[in-house]
Design a protein around this ligand. Structure first.
Ligand code: FAD
Length: 424
């Protein structure tokens, strides 16, 4: 890290010398520090705007391959028929208006020696510091029988958009009495409570539209996020429409057959009318191109700066990171991006970043007007983001319905505030 501060000082010194030698003003103007951000989702778009706000003279480029961002939080409501997909979609006009150079292209390479990001189409962008926030990629080799082709029959819907609509359409076409099967992978994966929120909202749809149907959750784990609260709600709301099978009861799916929509476990086979595979995942490919990924498929980071432990001058935020106790959530990505942005601004100015405290809250909707949450506060301890003891917690068990309704409103307020801050 000190290296970059030094090299930038050397660069400025060299610029000064060049000025004496008669270099023109536009060339000097290029001395403004350059930050490139790959990925314009919850982490990347937050980081780009935060840097531009804190240090307006920094040249910030945001590389994003899609012109419209489709948010995953609340996409389970689309699957449950309670929300339309356009409510999940955001453009980048306001990000550009904030002074960020938004470049619509896929990043296909990173030259770490030359500090350049290579873009599809042949262009490249130079950086002093690179922030990578590509989210997740599916491990297409992680579940026998599952592939990109198989995902057209057994959607994952774990990247929102067309996959979300595909699963929704399949549920609409389901005959009353048909079985819905969902497979859930082992940790770590994007949004730990997400599968159980989705199963709840599918169960709500079945209860209200296909009462003879049910959803079976086949899980590669014995415990999961907000488990007690989910199970309490399931007992009350969906006793006939939702069944959870834990790892120890034969829940781990070892293979799927997309043609017959069959889920194979160590204990037997389950044939689905509609199948949802939540597959094993890894950091988005751009993190690998930037040299930040380790043998786990994710990126170890310095918890103060979010600089990749394996790749100097490259910072990683969001789902792609190994962030200690912090879950892979949009809330976390947003918080990490702000900390990372402040650190990058400090480093570019030759200052030492301050150790941060980060907050995460994950809301889940178990049904319309029924919200639950888990919150945590994290700080670096011996190089790892660690829970601050006693600072977080989950919604109370056996709370009155009015409290669940209140949490559902908080969830929506969080989504609107967060997406408004990032894209508005
Ligand atoms: C069903 C579901 C429900 C969820 N609900 C919640 C919730 O209620 N609350 C919550 O906090 N979190 C929730 N999450 C998790 C949340 O969506 C992710 O944690 C969050 O999106 C992570 O942010 P990110 O910036 O790391 O990645 P993303 O938001 O996915 O952004 C990554 C961006 O990078 C772009 N990109 C990737 N590679 C390249 C490349 N090579 N070149 C250019 N662009 C590239 C992608 O197009 C994308 O726009 C949910 C997730 C799912 C699947």
């Amino acid at each position: 890290m000190a290296k970059v501060g030094v090299s930038r000082r050397q660069f400025l010194a060299a610029s000064g010398a060049a000025a004496v030698a008669g270099v023109t003003a536009p060339a000097l103007a290029q001395a403004a520090p350059r930050v490139v951000v790959i990925g314009g989702g919850f982490g990347g778009a937050t980081a780009a705007r935060a840097i531009k706000t804190a240090a307006p003279s920094t040249a910030v480029s945001l590389v994003e391959r899609e012109r419209t961002f489709t948010a995953c939080p609340f996409s389970n409501l689309v699957i449950g028929g309670l929300r339309a997909l356009p409510a999940q979609q955001f453009g980048y006009d306001k990000v550009s208006a904030a002074g960020v150079d938004v470049v619509f292209a896929a990043a296909i390479g990173v030259d770490r020696e030359a500090r350049r990001v290579e873009l599809e189409g042949g262009a490249s962008l130079a950086y002093d510091r690179l922030i990578v926030a590509p989210g997740i990629d599916i491990r297409w080799d992680g579940l026998p029988g599952y592939s990109e082709a198989a995902a057209t029959k057994l959607p994952h819907a774990w990247k929102a958009g067309e996959q979300t609509l595909l699963l929704r359409r399949q549920l609409e076409a389901l005959e009353d009495g048909g079985l819905v099967v969902m497979s859930v992978p082992a940790n770590p994966f994007r949004c730990p409570p997400g599968p159980y929120e989705r199963a709840s909202l599918i169960a709500h749809y079945l209860k209200t539209h296909k009462p003879k149907s049910k959803i079976l959750i086949l899980d590669a784990k014995d415990t999961f996020s907000k488990q007690r609260l989910f199970q309490e709600a399931w007992k009350e709301l969906y006793p006939d429409h939702l069944e959870w099978v834990a790892l120890s009861k034969g829940g781990r799916v070892t293979a799927v057959d997309a043609e017959t929509k069959t889920f194979i476990t160590e204990f037997g086979e389950h044939k689905a009318a509609v199948g949802n595979v939540i597959p094993p995942q890894r950091a988005g490919r751009a993190a690998e191109l930037a040299g930040a990924v380790d043998q786990t498929g994710w990126c170890p980071i310095d918890p103060v700066t979010f600089e990749a432990k394996r790749s100097p001058n490259v910072h990683v935020v969001g789902d792609a990171t190994i962030a200690g106790g912090m879950p892979k959530s949009a809330f976390s990505a947003n918080a990490q991006a702000k900390v990372c942005a402040a650190a990058v601004v400090a480093l570019l100015a030759g200052r030492s970043p301050n150790p941060p405290k980060l907050i995460n809250t994950c809301f889940s909707l178990v049904g319309p007007g029924y919200g639950i949450s888990v919150a945590g506060v994290y700080e670096p301890v011996n190089g790892v983001l660690t829970d601050v003891p006693g600072a977080g917690g989950v919604s109370p068990a056996a709370a009155p319905r009015s409290e669940r309704a209140e949490e559902a409103r908080y969830a929506e307020a969080w989504f609107n505030t967060s997406t408004g801050e990032i894209f508005g």
